[in-house]
Design a protein around this ligand. Structure first.
Ligand SMILES: [Fe+2]
Ligand SMILES: [Fe+2]
Length: 165
């Protein structure tokens, strides 16, 4: 049985984020459905996922930037790492014909997304939905040493309870 399916646990309560996440899962399902098709069809589905994911992550990164996150926070770093893996799998498929990596990537991406949506994305969604509360919590955090008085420290964590930062 396919593991690629929407699960209510993925919901963050942020409508636009959840809509994007449903599309992401749907695109993974479309790739899975094309695994038996020719290379051109499979690559087109894969490229649709890449384009969507670049946009998806860029929007979340922009939300983080607008809410005081450091550029290199752990949530954005996860996005960058996933995009690197997805690009490498495309290269192996196109240059070396290794379709099996596309197939193997699907459950791995689904597992990653399950954790990411419930931790990093959920944490970001709560900040977007409750900016005043988030600002108070941020101000209550101890200032970084050498941050220079009244400058608010940039968030380096993802805002989720499970983040180690
Ligand atoms: Fe997301
Ligand atoms: Fe994210």
């Amino acid at each position: 049985m396919s593991t690629i399916a929407w699960n209510p646990d993925f919901e963050t309560c942020h409508e636009q984020m959840d809509d994007t996440h449903r599309e992401f899962v749907d695109l993974l399902g479309q790739i899975e459905a094309a695994l038996g098709d020719d290379d051109t069809t499979l690559l087109a589905r894969y490229d649709a996922l890449i384009a969507h994911t670049v946009d998806h992550f860029a929007r979340e990164d922009a939300w983080m930037q607008a809410n005081g996150f450091a550029a290199e926070n752990c949530h954005s770093t996860q996005h960058k790492q996933v995009l690197e893996v997805v690009a490498e799998v495309r290269r192996l498929f196109v240059d070396q014909g290794k379709r099996q990596y596309v197939e193997q990537l699907l459950p791995a991406l689904m597992e990653w997304f399950s954790q990411h949506s419930q931790a990093a994305d959920y944490g970001l969604a709560q900040i977007l939905l409750n900016p005043e509360e988030a600002a108070v919590a941020s101000a209550a955090e101890p200032a970084l040493e050498g941050a220079g008085g009244d400058a608010a420290p940039a968030r380096s964590g993802c805002g989720s309870g499970s983040c180690g930062h």
